[in-house]
Design a protein around this ligand. Sequence first.
Ligand SMILES: *Cc1c(COP(=O)(O)O)cnc(C)c1O
Length: 400
Amino acid sequence: MKFDPASNIQDLLQFGEYGDVNPSVTDSATFTFMQAKTMLETFKGEAEGCFLYSRHWNPSNKYLADALAAMEGTEAAWVTASGMGAITSALLQMCNSGDHIVASMTTYGGTFAFLNNWVKKFNIGVTFVDISDLEQVKAAMRPNTKVIYTETMTNPLLAVSDIPSLAEIAHEAGARLVVDNTFTPLIVAPAQYGADVTVYSLTKFVNGKNDCVAGAICGTTDFINSLIDVNDGTAMLLGPVLDPFRSSSILKNLHTLHIRMQQHSRNALFLSEKLKELGMKVNYPGLKEHRDHALLKKLMNPDYGFGGMLSIDVDTAENSVKLMEQMEMEGVGYLAVSLGYFKTLFSNPGLSTSSEVPEEKQREMGMSEGLIRFSVGLDHNIERTFEKIRKCLKQTGMIK
Ligand SMILES: *Cc1c(COP(=O)(O)O)cnc(C)c1O
């Protein structure tokens, strides 16, 4: 039977103690016990269904985590206060001082900064590779490599990772594959292709409202339990827990994700094709000429299209600034970082989200200084939006 993430979420029975159709929101940091013995058992992780303290688990976070595990088809999940909280907790749980990570050269800027600068404090080595070059990935593996790290669709270049092959390389070397699936929820379920841990910034498409930051880690029950172990769990001890009020609101938004992803993808494909017709340099995995079009087609759930992210290259940073300012004035969307919002957002990664990446590395990755990344919104009339963009391209002299 086809893996059907939206139905997996829909089929969960989650409701409040009075039959409230939305689960009650946890408004407590701590939980009472009738017997001291049960409290000790909960501490040791031996009491099923008992909550002890909100940094460890609380019912609201459990509902959201269970829904995300259902979406990914993993045994378990845990929710964090940000995407970076998820990424850093997962990686620090897997690596000790002296260990090694093989990571994609193109990742979210914060992830790049963490891997390039921060993990040095703990003597964790990182080799950055072109993740599409599987021979380069294999050659980078060392006896102490614990993790291969990548994004399903990399930020900002939208290269697609060959998750089944990367999982094989990792497992042959006794390492684990960690995949950031922030750009492609529902479209790709990395665990179905052998990824050991899937991480998310829920801030983006999953929540879709840009009203908070949040993250998630999906994996085996053993891994999730190790993360929140009271003695040595990274998440338990560093404490990046999500607030239960936010869990509750994100859970409600998760239930419309399948409809939103379809519209994001439909709109992004439409804009990509139209911009290409105008002669613009367009980068969108849904276009046949995109380098990873065939690979994404192999991995994706066709119900949700090729995603809501696209980029165009207008050659110079100066051009990009002119065009973005004009598009904001014309109401195409907002000049803002982040993505997955109901309105269109655009930014130049080199001047924003990837500015952590040194300029020569940006060029090495193939990131042009004139790159504009779009997170295409849920616009009802995307033809009208396209006409606005066309007008801006004319006004800024980029097309005749
Ligand atoms: C935004 C983002 C992150 C970081 O998430 P926060 O919620 O901002 O901490 C990580 N990975 C990707 C791909 C992102 O787009």
